[in-house]
Design a protein around this ligand. Sequence first.
Ligand SMILES: [Zn+2]
Length: 266
Amino acid sequence: MFPAGGGRVRPAAGSRAAAIRGVAAATGGRRVFAGELPARPQQRRISEWSAARCDEVAGDVARGGLWRFTEVVADVLYPGLGTAVAAAQRVTKWGPELLGLNDDRGADVKVGLVGSDNLGLWVLFRTRLGQSDLGPRPPWCTDLPVGPVGTLGGEGVRRDSTVISGVEDVKPADVAGLLLVPPAAGADTRLLARVDVGRRAGIVAVDSGDGSWQRRLFFTVVHPPRREDGHHERYRVVCPTCGRRRLAQFRGFDVCSDCGWLSLAG
Ligand SMILES: [Zn+2]
């Protein structure tokens, strides 16, 4: 019943995450140009990042701002789901589960799921260090633009929205794992989540304190229909996007644990 692909989430291990931040702090203030990974100074940071688990680099954002945003927009993406989400929120100590699908493979793209099997609501995401996230990317990746907050539109969630955006202030440490050059300790860091309602897919961007948004993570919100028998009618072995053979099977959907390709059952 529970995902075949991933292990249970361990609590964030302070040591490795702290080491990553320590490495990053040594490079503070360096200017990074969009789309480029600087050759030398951050090589160590890049290899540390690859070695880290998904929850170490994206856990705070995925369980925090991204999940809160998902709860708010769930009923717009999947009309009727809001009731179940509200009920789940009332349960004491309820929180989303996080699964790193390609942990311990040294991947430079982290593929993860955050959500709840009981609720049947998951957010599938992928993130890569640096600005660019080129192929092989699954078709759900949506290159929504990021811009000044003033262009976000009015407050509130409207049912006729085509794009919904949310911004929140976050602690620098919460977003440090997603950034090539993590922010200074007292930086005014912010998180922007934006979803295309029709595609149920969007992006998360980070402002590291300088006022500009860096698009750091792609996500799609999954709420597969319940199937009584739990069987899949088709079984794939090879991912059509990246060609690898590590598809993880969940209740109602399959995911390529290497690139994030998604197949809804039924
Ligand atoms: Zn794949």
